[in-house]
Write a protein that binds this ligand. Structure first.
Ligand code: NDP
Length: 427
């Protein structure tokens, strides 16, 4: 993939619409994850010894990790390389084979990726990584095809359907779903740096990033400075150069509904508005203080918009951040309390004094809670996600006369058992 980088960068640009530098960044991060997984899988997944308890001192114990078998990977279009790779590379490194169903919007990137695997691994048996293309019905067929595990990345609505299907067959499933990620800007933050980072976190990839910043909570004393810095940063951002068009036409209507709803409900705009929404490109939109109940706060927008809500304290910011049904990721900007604030956020991953840092660190797990799904990809936790355990207890020697796990248990031992309960656990 690295040797043929120009090919895949051009294809990502042509098929998804993102600018070439963003496509290059996506490839680079994909390769970081493949390299980390290749380097660490053997160590992370090797059998581990466990220490038996008092009653089983005559045993040794170990846990092995086994692949599930065939993993069905269903992926989205927004990061058509990086996102499915998080499941595919990990599943392969854990010893599984993969059937990959990409989004119908990005099948050529998927074809290039699976061909690249075949080119790089000429000795691998055919079908170690297989591709099936088609729309939602193909994804549904994959869930029903008798695979041993499904790793799904996509919207919460489709995730529900996938899980229902997997429940029918008792197939384990990992769900990486949508988000409504917030950034908290505390009064002691470096405001210009926070504004610059949030501008990218919110508008990068035209806002079509599951872990993109969609909401900001800023403490009142720094509100005006933050808004001024944010709008200055965003005036340098131009669709068609800084980010691409909206990949799916339907998404434009969702953005319009959220902006319209917020303005009708009393939000101000610090930048842009309904007339920023074109037929393919959307200019950055900053909505100020929309009501907490509005769609722009509660639902995933997936466009180049961000809400900025003024709060009177960090406590209020934390409360509002956690008071949505999603729980994917977040960001905290504070010189002195960033880690303390981060630990109060009910999400799977957080960057402090930056955005999206966790997605670039291959050793970190990624995943959500609530309507953002469950299970983890990336890092050691991701490798564990694509294996099942096999525990083996080996009796090293029999203790003469002590048949604890037998019908031949002697009377003296039966009488001792209640006392053992007290000695071992009742004090
Ligand atoms: P969708 O849910 O629309 O589609 C995801 C995949 O599921 C596509 O391949 C789609 O096929 C397929 N699919 C559709 N219907 C079914 C079905 N009934 N059974 C099985 N598969 C089906 O999501 P998007 O492609 O629009 O992706 C955007 C979403 O993904 C956003 O919500 C975003 O937040 C989320 N996402 C989450 C990430 C995370 O790590 N948490 C990372 C990246 C994105 P087709 O497209 O061909 O119809």
């Amino acid at each position: 993939m690295a040797r043929h980088a120009e090919e895949i960068i051009a294809l990502l640009h042509a098929e998804n619409g993102k600018p070439r530098p963003d496509a290059a960044l996506e490839l680079l991060l994909t390769l970081e994850h493949i390299a980390w997984t290749a380097e660490h899988a053997r160590t992370v997944l090797r059998p581990t010894k466990r220490t038996p308890g008092m009653l089983t001192r005559n045993f040794s114990a170990q846990v092995e990790r086994l692949p599930f078998g065939v993993v069905g990977v269903i992926g989205p279009w927004n990061y058509p390389l990086y996102t499915p790779n998080g499941s595919i590379a990990t599943a392969l490194a854990a010893g599984n084979t993969v059937v990959f169903k990409p989004s119908e919007y990005t099948p050529l990137v998927a074809r290039w990726y699976t061909d690249a695997f075949a080119r790089a691994n000429p000795d691998a048996p055919k079908g170690v990584v297989a591709l099936v293309t088609g729309a939602g019905a193909t994804g549904s067929a994959l869930c029903n095809a008798g695979v041993d595990k499904i790793a799904f990345t996509g919207s919460t609505a489709t995730g529900r359907k996938v899980m229902a299907c997997c429940a029918e067959h008792l197939v384990p499933v990992t769900l990486e779903l949508g988000g409504k990620d917030a950034a908290i800007v505390a009064a002691d933050a470096d405001i210009p740096a926070a504004a610059e980072a949030i501008a990218f976190g919110a508008m990068g990839n035209a806002g079509q990033t599951c872990v993109g910043i969609e909401r900001v909570y800023v403490e009142r004393p720094v509100r005006e400075q933050f808004l001024a810095e944010l709008t200055t940063a965003l005036r340098r951002v131009h669709p068609g150069v800084s980010y691409g068009p909206m990949t799916m036409p339907g998404q434009i209507e969702i953005v319009r509904r959220h902006v319209e709803d917020a303005i009708t409900a009393g939000a101000d705009t610090a930048l842009g508005g309904l007339d920023s929404i074109g037929s393919r490109y959307i200019n950055p939109i900053v909505l100020v203080d929309p009501p907490h109940s509005s769609a722009a706060i509660q639902e995933e927008t997936f466009g180049p918009t961000v809400t900025v809500t003024t709060v009177d304290s960090v406590d209020e910011a934390v409360h509002l951040t956690n008071d949505v049904s999603y729980g994917l990721a977040g960001a905290v900007f504070s010189r002195h309390h960033a880690l303390d604030i981060a630990r109060r956020l009910d999400v799977g991953q957080i960057s402090t004094n930056s955005v999206l840092g966790f997605a670039a660190i291959a050793a970190l797990p990624l995943g959500g809670r609530g309507e953002s799904g469950f299970g983890r990809i990336h890092g050691p936790e991701g490798l564990h996600e694509f294996t099942r355990t096999r525990a083996i207890a080996t009796q090293r020697f029999a203790i003469p006369g002590v048949h604890l796990l037998s019908f031949r248990r002697p009377d003296w031992l039966n009488q001792l058992l209640p006392r053992l309960i007290t000695w071992l656990h009742g004090r």
